[in-house]
Design a protein around this ligand. Structure first.
Ligand code: GLY
Length: 370
């Protein structure tokens, strides 16, 4: 099962790779005019069998393979990791026709893609995502980044993977909490684009829980096809790509506030996106309505939080509320002084709007998040 899409004159492909097919990656490498040098950058948390499987496949290509192990932790999404990759490329005399392959989640993917775009102004880049969020969201669309001077994704480029490989074995190896967090990005695509995705999530929950390959791969395929529609004609996010940020204005504000006030790992990105969607629907409609309840029920079905969970922690709620409020104004989509968010009045009909009713922000935080 493949998805093909064109950006300019270049054809890109996402391949869903069954375990029984042993040479998916090497077959694609053979189609390219490369110099037969590969750097495989992999997350140290990846199951060893998967790393081995990728390595065996790459060996079939007959290319010279170099490897770099990395920690896929958010704290490594920095210039040190970026230049470690670039130093290796220089040392090994990589050219514009060499290949970088990332095997990992969003951190390894974003930094590897940034290095691929910078070294000699761009070499060949493949992505093998290993978390649910990277499979259904960050593996395509070309956003690359490091965090710099404490600002998330402050330095980055747009650079698209020529090929993405989604491996059958990866689905079974994703920890439950991470798997569920990725479902939030799937719900997001359903709400902004395609009710069929939401119905699929409702109808197939048993099979999705069990990670039945065909069902989960089908779900990911629908989500990726939906995402492609949004960025294909607006890579630089001036128009319809903005809709992919549904839930993210509040999500980023929540993530930044909880990172400062609470323990690391209190909330995953996908979990914050789930809460952010509820907050943005509530803010838009000034009440909880049909769409709010639809999203809430789906979040519950997939074990995602529908409120911030204060049961196991001690927290100064007033400070947290003020921090979430303040952080909304750091929104990267902001043009003038107003943060922007994605308004949903009808499934499949998103609009970009500004947060101008400052009083209602507190109401939203208190009634939806707390
Ligand atoms: N994660 C949203 C985007 O790629 O635009």
């Amino acid at each position: 099962m493949n998805i093909k899409y064109k950006l300019g004159n270049t054809l890109h492909q996402i391949s869903f790779c069954r375990k029984r097919e042993k040479n998916n990656i090497s077959k694609e490498i053979e189609k390219l005019r490369s110099d037969r040098n590969i750097l495989l950058i992999y997350d140290d948390k990846i199951n060893q069998n998967i790393t081995k499987q990728v390595f065996e496949d790459l060996k079939l290509s007959g290319c010279k393979i170099f490897t770099l192990k990395s920690e896929g932790d958010k704290k490594n999404k920095n210039e040190k990791f970026l230049f470690k990759i670039i130093d290796l490329l220089i040392r090994r005399k990589f050219t514009k026709k060499s290949i970088i392959i990332s095997l990992g989640g969003g951190v390894v993917g974003d930094v590897s893609a940034l290095a691929s775009s910078l070294y000699l102004r761009g070499l060949i880049y493949f992505n093998i995502p290993s978390t649910m969020t990277s499979i259904v969201d960050s593996c395509i669309g070309g956003k690359t980044a490091i965090n710099y001077k404490g600002i998330t994704n402050s330095v980055g480029t747009y650079y698209h993977p020529k090929n993405v490989f989604i491996l059958e074995d990866i689905f079974q190896n994703i920890p439950n909490r991470e798997f569920d967090a990725g479902i939030a990005e799937i719900i997001k695509c359903g709400v902004i684009d395609n009710e069929k995705i939401l119905n699929f999530l409702k109808m197939n929950k048993e099979k999705i829980y069990k990670r039945d390959y065909k069902t989960v791969a089908n779900l990911c395929k629908q989500t990726l096809q939906s995402k492609i529609k949004f960025f294909k004609t607006d890579v630089y996010e001036n128009d319809k790509r903005l809709f992919l940020n549904f839930g993210h204005t509040f999500a980023h504000a929540i993530e930044m506030a909880t990172e400062v006030n609470l323990k690391k790992d209190f909330i995953r990105h996908g979990e914050a996106v789930g809460l952010g969607m509820l907050a943005e629907i509530y803010y838009e409609n000034r009440s909880k309505g049909k769409i709010f309840n639809l999203v809430k029920d789906l979040l519950k079905t997939y074990n995602l939080p529908i409120k911030l969970d204060f049961t196991k922690i001690k927290i100064n709620k007033i400070k947290l509320l003020n921090d979430i409020y303040k952080n909304l104004f750091l929104d990267k989509k902001k043009i003038d002084k107003y943060p922007r968010y994605i308004s949903i009045k009808k499934i499949g009909s998103p609009k970009v709007k500004e947060i101008k009713d400052f009083d209602f922000i507190n109401d939203t935080i208190l009634k939806v998040l707390f």
